[in-house]
Design a protein around this ligand. Sequence first.
Ligand SMILES: Nc1ncnc2c1ncn2[C@@H]1O[C@H](COP(=O)(O)OP(=O)(O)OP(=O)(O)O)[C@@H](O)[C@H]1O
Ligand SMILES: N[C@@H](CCO)C(=O)O
Length: 321
Amino acid sequence: MAVYTEVADDEMAAFVARYGIGELLAAKGIAEGVENSNYLLHTKQGVYILTLYEKRVKAEDLPFFVALMQHLADRGLNCPVPVRDSRGEALSRLAGRPAAIVTFLDGLSVKRPSAVHCAEVGRSLALLHQAGEGFGMERVNALSVPGWRPLAEQAGADADKVSPGLAKRVMAEIERHERSWPQGLPSGVIHADLFPNNVFFIGDKLSGLIDFYFACTDAFAYDLAICLNSWCFEADASFNLTKGQAMLAGYESVRPLIQAEVEALPALCRGSALRFLLTRLVDWLNVPPGALVKPHDPLEYDRKLAFHQRVGDARDYGLKR
Ligand SMILES: Nc1ncnc2c1ncn2[C@@H]1O[C@H](COP(=O)(O)OP(=O)(O)OP(=O)(O)O)[C@@H](O)[C@H]1O
Ligand SMILES: N[C@@H](CCO)C(=O)O
């Protein structure tokens, strides 16, 4: 359960009272998630989410995330909207952490996505990329190529305790991407973590997107690569071509890829598998004592990486050209 920071009841009630959302009736820690502490708030007026931002979120990035959610919501994307307190501020502090309250979205995330879900995600990802146009702020992707070597160094030789030879494998991948990472692709606001747990559905229809705390300015096709990794593999690490086709077709129904993006897709998929392997590896080796959190398996992404290493071109992901 991802609650790193506990909040005393009276402190929580006093905090919520500042937002004009009605008296607090109940606050429950949310089991899902690994990054931040999340509470479900029931007030006399409705249901909200309170997030306390933990280690990986830098306080100076919070104005970007808050303004982005507002920008996307204003353009019709169904994402959480930050709630402002009586002074008009969306960002505050609680129990020693930066904190914000956002609106609650209806819907359920899917554990085993189908091709229909993948098509919906592809389409919504392209809509997100379009809705981000005109957003006035920028944020460098701290978890792109320059961020990978420091993560590998943080894991160090302990990586081999997770899987023999992993430290060397990871370093070879990093060196490859440092030499030849695709440049100059169409860029803008990307979500950068649109995994199944961050997408809600009502029936087969996508109903909302959450968790914008890795959002940044980067190549749109990199965001698509992250989704191909997180939605289109089966539990045995085989890539499901039908799901890949559905996701790519869904994306291109809104925003067709240019040739440079098609050519870059294998490298972007390979790099994004490495990015999640690295962050998971560091988290796996550094679970905070007493934290109620189950870290994600880094080796899931080692297996996905092995698939990308064998890929020829974007047709291997289901692109029909
Ligand atoms: N706006 C929202 N509406 C409804 N539920 C939400 C909302 N925000 C968060 N949740 C719930 O809280 C859970 C954790 O949220 P979130 O994914 O943002 O946490 P996190 O720690 O950043 O997780 P992650 O591991 O995906 O980075 C979600 O899976 C969802 O159940
Ligand atoms: N989506 C990430 C966790 C959030 O950073 C993962 O599954 O590794």
